[in-house]
Design a protein. Structure first.
Length: 820
């Protein structure tokens, strides 16, 4: 068939798509590095200039501007042109607006602008600087889409609009996202480059370091203000891409006994209505539960004022961290400094972006200088002819009067006075009033002034230093005229909000049962439930199970679990299952998956952190004692960590925390006790064995059954002993002589067939309860202060009646519920 050529469809589609992609990249979505404009923005600005819509003229209907742009320069949809023009006039999107709007141009809440037939627009004063000197042939023009007129390929741009107002756009396979900056800072950075040696912008920029540049440009400056973390700024300026953490500005106030959070600035490009809706959704989802009311009090005076009222019990700093974590009050601005450079898309560092702008300005100023020099010389040439005529005015008049036609007069003037056509025509066009003496002086003055200008312009063209001086002068004038203060505060690196920042610091009652069930209960809730009058013993447990450990800790504390095999695990208290007093909780082996089957928990401690002062002190059944700084245990993994090295036949029986001056008391099954100052045990590393704390007699099958600590060696406190057959007693600490470690100890219980072996020796203050558990599951709970005080050698009194073939296997003191 004639006129139809067969082609490979794969090749054709690839070729057409590449053409389409390049058209979108170069001619639609990405800004030019020189003027910071996308084609549609450039065409809007040029059309407004052509229509005379300067800052000192009346506004014109937006529809008229859009129509002019579409008719002459941009043959695309009117809505896309109008949207682009509207954005140029929105203060929350543009750091320095280029369109002065009249009417509804949208809002921060995401409201759309009114239809273009209702709104009006004109250029701002700063926009005129983008177009300044366009009429002086400073840039190359190109035919418009239908070749009926011309349009500039780039605008002169007296300031770096790309950096000052930023840009965003999605092309094919790439996108740009350039943050706005402060005009004063950017100009200061440009001036610093121009002060460097060199004839070209490239030579000067090559001598500028990023560290020096960042003394002038501290970071992006968003129109909506906010707080910008310093982290990421250097990388963005060095590579052209990075992530910047931006936070809204919020303050905590107290009103009528309640705290409220006032949000006065929000991150760049965050929709205010969406932010409020997200806060509400997070409250309903339970992630920010302490909000009692939420109001938008924004108005003309305060464009952003969101009031978040808190409950009386709320911690305002915690709620603020939750707002940062769960809402758009904190966002990440992804920098991608992608622009068109010499017709190709490139990702540029900050200094390179400035370099290309300065190269553009050098070209613009050079072209303008050439144009002005040409105009000045042309005018001086005419004036030179006029001055010649005035010097021979009578002869000129006579020659003109003798001539029959204008052409004859022109030829006569050119021949007689050695003038060219332009000069002769200017003489013929001269009005009679210019023949006066004053006019002669005025023309001479104008000529002299022009010759001075010509000399200056020629000097600029002939001396690069003068060219850069001119560029610096214009930049300083712009800074003085339009410079302003930063809106966005650059802060030192904001700490990442981790899970702990979102959890309130609350006191919790931690309970652990003999069967290994663990839970936490809010202390206030625990007390409230206790006051309910149900007489609960602390949990609905199996009949054979009891709470073996009950203590209070903060949600942010660490809970340390030491096993009888000498290993340690840890969990944050807020990670423990939270349950009421009557709930069972979760089993320890579910919480600590690294716990081996043959391991059992020997001791549980809570610490606020691993930077606390003090030492862990360890005791084993063979009488070994070890002391190690708490800081040595800061890197505990989920698989556990070696806390103490044990010999094959040894086990860990207890762990405590000691400070300087505390005493340690070790007690053995056969009723011996050794008291000594903890300072006698030298601090050793984590994975060590320790030293002898109490010496066990060979052949007596003795072993250590308990370790207790006496803070400050207080001899007025008491030690409570409980025996295998249910006898117990309290004895003052002062009855136990403080001897050096490593001895055989002194009698703490007269062990006989009646008493059985010693089960435990623990320090008490009198306000505890004693829990006694027998092998057959009998449990007795009694007040410690009901147990009589006796001497060391005494056997004590009955604490529990032991049935035949039963015995006490465990006894420990817990805080009384009325003390929690």
């Amino acid at each position: 068939m004639t006129g139809i050529l067969p082609v490979d469809i794969t090749t054709e589609v690839k070729t057409n798509f590449i053409n389409y992609a390049m058209n979108v990249i170069v001619d639609r979505a990405l800004p030019d590095v020189r003027d910071g404009m996308k084609p549609v923005q450039r065409r809007i600005m040029y059309a407004m200039l052509q229509e005379g819509l300067l800052s000192n003229h009346k506004h014109a209907k937006s529809a008229a501007v859009v129509g002019e742009v579409m008719k002459k320069y941009h043959p695309h949809g009117d809505s896309s042109i109008y949207d682009a023009m509207v954005r140029l006039g929105q203060w929350w999107n543009m750091r320095y607006t280029l369109v002065d709007p009249q009417g509804n141009f949208g809002s921060m809440d995401g409201d759309a602008a009114a239809a273009m037939r209702y709104t009006e627009a004109r250029m701002t004063k700063l926009a005129e600087e983008v177009l300044a000197d366009l009429e002086k042939e400073t840039v190359i023009s190109k035919p418009n889409y239908d070749e009926t007129t011309e349009e500039p390929s780039v605008l002169p741009a007296a300031f770096p609009n790309l950096l000052v107002n930023g840009a965003s756009g999605i092309a094919v396979g790439m996108a740009t996202n350039i943050p706005p900056h402060n005009l004063t800072e950017i100009i200061n950075g440009l001036l610093a480059i121009t002060e460097k040696p060199g004839d070209t912008a490239q030579e000067k920029a090559a001598l500028m370091t990023l560290d020096e540049m960042m003394t002038h440009v501290t970071g992006p400056d968003f129109p909506t203000g906010g707080r910008l973390s310093k982290s990421g700024i250097r990388e963005a300026y060095l590579t052209g891409h990075s992530g910047l953490k931006v936070r809204g500005k919020a303050r905590i106030e107290e009103k009528n006994g309640r705290h409220q959070i006032i949000i006065s600035e929000i991150p760049y490009q965050v929709n205010k209505t969406n932010l409020i809706q997200t806060i509400s959704a997070m409250y309903k989802a339970g992630k920010i539960p302490d909000i009692s009311a939420l109001r938008d009090e924004s108005d003309r005076k305060d464009p952003v004022r969101i009031v978040v009222e808190l409950k009386r019990s709320a911690m305002p700093t915690l709620v603020l961290n939750q707002l940062y974590k769960y809402t758009q009050l904190q966002t990440t601005f992804t920098v991608m400094n992608l622009s068109i450079v010499d017709g190709q898309p490139r990702v540029l560092p900050l200094i390179d972006t400035m370099m290309y702008f300065l190269a553009h300005r050098a070209d613009v100023v050079t072209r303008r200088t050439v144009y002005e020099l040409k105009q000045a010389k042309a005018r001086a040439h005419v004036l030179n002819g006029l001055l010649k005529a005035l010097d021979h005015i009578d002869e000129v008049i006579a020659l003109i009067r003798r001539s029959n036609t204008g052409s004859e007069a022109k030829d006569g003037l050119m021949l007689r006075f050695a003038l060219d056509d332009i000069q002769a025509q200017a003489i013929l066009d001269m009005r009679l009033q210019r023949l006066t003496g004053l006019e002669r002086e005025r023309l001479q003055g104008e000529y002299n002034e022009l010759m001075t200008i010509v000399t200056r312009l020629e000097s600029i063209l002939g001396d690069k230093k003068l060219l850069w001086r001119e560029i610096r002068k214009e930049l300083r004038e712009l800074r003085e005229k339009y410079g302003d203060e930063r809106r966005t505060v650059v802060t030192e690196d904001e700490e990442d909000i981790n899970r702990e920042d979102l959890i309130a610091v609350e006191d919790m009652v931690i309970t652990m049962t003999r069967a290994g069930y663990l839970k936490r209960t809010n202390l206030d809730a625990y007390r409230e439930q206790k006051r309910g009058g149900r007489g609960s013993s602390g949990g609905k447990l199996r009949e054979e199970d009891i709470n073996t450990r009950v203590f209070v800790g903060s949600t942010h504390d660490y809970l340390l679990f030491f096993t009888d095999k000498g290993r340690v695990f840890h969990e944050k208290i807020y990670d423990l299952p939270e349950a009421g007093r009557d709930a069972k909780g979760s089993h320890i082996r579910n919480l600590l998956p690294g716990l081996r089957e043959e391991e059992n928990i020997a001791s549980v401690l809570s610490v606020g952190g691993f930077d606390e002062a003090g030492c862990f002190v360890f005791a084993t059944k063979n009488g070994i004692i070890k002391k190690t700084l708490i800081t040595e245990y800061s890197n505990i993994s989920s698989a556990g960590l070696i806390a103490i090295n044990l010999q094959d036949n040894d086990e860990l029986i207890g762990v405590g925390i000691v400070q300087d001056g505390d005493h340690v008391v070790l007690a053995t099954k056969n009723g011996k006790a050794m008291r000594f100052d903890s300072a006698e045990v030298r601090d050793t590393g984590r994975a060590t064995q320790g030293v002898i704390g109490i010496r066990l007699r060979e052949g007596e099958s003795d072993r250590v059954v308990s370790m207790t600590l006496v803070p400050g060696g207080d001899e007025n406190s008491e030690l409570l002993a409980v025996s295998e057959y249910g006898l117990g007693k309290r004895t003052p600490v002062g009855d136990y002589p403080s001897k050096g470690r490593g001895g055989l100890g002194v009698i703490t219980l007269d062990v006989t067939d009646k008493t059985g072996s010693l089960v435990t020796l623990t320090r008490v203050g009198g306000n505890e309860e004693l829990m006694v558990l027998t092998e057959k599951g009998t449990v007795i709970r009694t007040r410690v202060d009901d147990i009589r005080v006796t001497g060391r050698n005494a056997q004590g009194v009955k604490v529990i009646n032991i049935q035949d073939k039963d015995r006490v296997i465990s006894a420990f003191s817990v805080r009384r519920e009325d003390e929690l």
